[in-house]
Design a protein around this ligand. Structure first.
Ligand code: ADP
Length: 511
């Protein structure tokens, strides 16, 4: 774009003015400018606009001919009315500033926010003959302001929706505060029904929560620890309700708190529920402990009288067998049999209550060695039914050796016990490595279990068969579940009647 040959007379004059009048220069100095204009008030159609003025608005200055109508056509009409009003006032009274924010339509259709200032240049009689003006593009600022407003509106909406009341302690040296309508509502009051102040907040605060709440505020002020507390506030009806209070202080350059803004959130029902839950857990734990102690003591103390019964019945049959008739001898055998079953039951029960009572000591445990040892203990049963017990990929884990052996023995002996008639058991024990755990499976080709019993069989004393069919107490799998549980793992099974069962337990690696 070439510079016009002849400078506009107003531009020339302005240069002249700038050179001769210091006040004009200082006016221009103020702030960085995005456009400059100089208006002939004696011939009001003429107004020189600097090229920057038009660039700001997206136009080519070369296409413009310094006519007032050019900008008056693209300024927002309500803003033009404001300009004219200020212009008239400024012409009448120099102390009235010609200074306003106006909106223009940019060539691309968007809105440009401009701060437009002006200074009337007067003749020796004080009559305004020219008007010098400056433009500053404040669109970005305006947009940021609009964004903040939108954000604030969104925040208030969110706070409203989340049932959060906001408080603003504008000056921490004073008591006055600002509370949002929701704050009042949460406490059962109409907006502004009572004065928003620290004093009134203190009056709402439950006596039992005063100390820790204000200690938290002080800590936040002094050490900048987060202010996030739970307290009870008295509502209008006189009832106390639980709230979660959070807040953050703004500080001066030296770090001294100036103002604090925060929120209250109604947590009453969840707090009551939490308390109730905590009480229930304590009660449950208590009764569980009692039950365990009872099971332990009972089974422990039952052993002694049982031993007495067993040994005297045995003595009776040994010494008096000749003098007893057939029936009496059979009865004695039944008693001995019953006693030995009871002994087994007590032993199992004792074992069950011991797992989880004793502290879990962990060692390095080679599962391969464990399986070998289990095979040895069960050698007689294995031989009797010609079972094949094999294993693969068994790891070394950190666990309680005695408990893992018990677990493995229970599973393998079940696989031997619940075999199909005239089908020799085939049992495979295998390990699978997962990212965070090992999974160990004991797979058999036995009678299998219906899916509906999968949960039930892990419950103590739950059996699927009468003692006539298969011997047992129904404690074995309950013990397995406990052992796995105390190691932080899980136990489950896959099975179908007639198709064998696979019991799998997991052991966390990091344990
Ligand atoms: P018990 O063997 O003393 O009855 P358990 O707790 O070890 O007690 O097992 C509970 C029940 O689960 C058993 O009565 C049996 O019905 C079933 N069960 C356990 N292991 C197997 C298996 N490998 N195959 C088929 N059924 C099984």
């Amino acid at each position: 774009m070439s510079q016009p040959e002849q400078k506009h007379y107003l531009e020339q004059e302005l240069m002249q003015l700038l050179r001769s009048d210091e006040s004009v220069f200082s006016f221009l100095q103020k702030g960085s400018l995005d456009g400059l204009w100089y208006w002939d008030l004696e011939d009001q159609h003429n107004e020189w606009m600097s090229p920057e003025f038009w660039h700001t608005l997206g136009y080519d200055p070369a296409q413009k001919s310094h006519k007032v109508s050019e900008w008056q056509d693209i300024i927002f009409q309500e803003d033009l009315a404001q300009c004219i009003e200020n212009f008239n006032k400024h012409c009448d009274d120099p102390s009235h500033p010609y200074d306003q924010v106006v909106r223009y339509q940019h060539a691309d259709g968007s809105t440009v926010w401009i701060r437009c200032r002006g200074l009337a240049i007067r003749d020796e009689n004080g009559k305004p003959v020219r008007m010098l003006g400056a433009h500053q593009d404040i669109t970005e600022l305006k947009q940021a302001e609009l964004n903040i407003k939108a954000m604030q509106a969104r925040f208030e909406l969110a706070a409203e929706g989340a049932s959060v009341g906001i408080w603003d302690w504008v000056d921490v040296e004073k008591s006055e505060e600002i509370w949002t309508p929701k704050f009042y509502e949460l406490l059962g009051y109409a907006p502004n029904e009572i004065t928003a102040s620290l004093e009134n907040f203190r009056a709402f605060l439950h006596p039992g929560d005063q100390a820790h709440t204000f200690a938290a505020v002080n800590r936040h002020f002094e050490e900048n620890t987060p202010f996030d507390v739970e307290y009870r506030l008295k509502t209008k009806s006189g009832e106390y309700k639980w709230f979660r209070g959070t807040g953050i202080a703004s500080r001066d350059e030296s770090g001294k708190p100036q103002r604090m803004v925060g929120s209250i959130q109604d947590i009453h029902s969840s707090k009551l529920y939490e308390d109730e839950l905590e009480r229930t857990i304590i009660k449950l734990k208590q009764s569980n402990d009692d039950l365990e102690r009872f099971a332990y003591v009972a089974s422990h103390d039952l052993q002694e009288p049982l031993r007495v019964v067993t040994s005297y019945v045995q003595l009776l049959t040994r010494r008096y067998r000749d003098r007893l008739d057939k029936n009496a001898a059979d009865f004695c055998d039944y008693i001995v049999d019953g006693c030995s079953r009871m002994q087994k039951l007590i032993n199992d029960l004792l074992e069950f209550s011991r797992v989880g009572r004793d502290k879990l000591e962990k060692q390095k445990v080679d599962l391969q060695e464990i399986v070998e040892s289990v095979k040895q203990s069960l050698a007689r049963q294995i031989d009797l039914c010609a079972a094949i017990v094999s294993y693969e990929n068994l790891p070394v884990v950190r666990a309680n050796s005695a408990q893992i052996e018990r677990l493995m023995q229970n599973l393998v002996s079940n696989s031997l016990k619940y075999k199909r008639e005239s089908v020799p058991p085939e049992i495979l024990i295998s390990g699978t490595e997962k990212a965070d755990r090992w999974e160990i499976s004991v797979k058999d080709n036995g009678i299998g279990i219906e899916k509906k019993y999968f949960d039930r069989i892990f419950v103590i004393f739950q059996r699927l068969h009468g003692i006539g069919e298969y011997s047992g107490t129904g404690v074995g799998l309950a013990v397995c579940k406990r052992i796995v549980g105390t190691h932080g793992g899980d136990i489950w099974l896959e099975s179908a009647p007639g198709e064998g069962s696979t019991f799998t337990f997991s052991l966390p690696k990091g344990a």
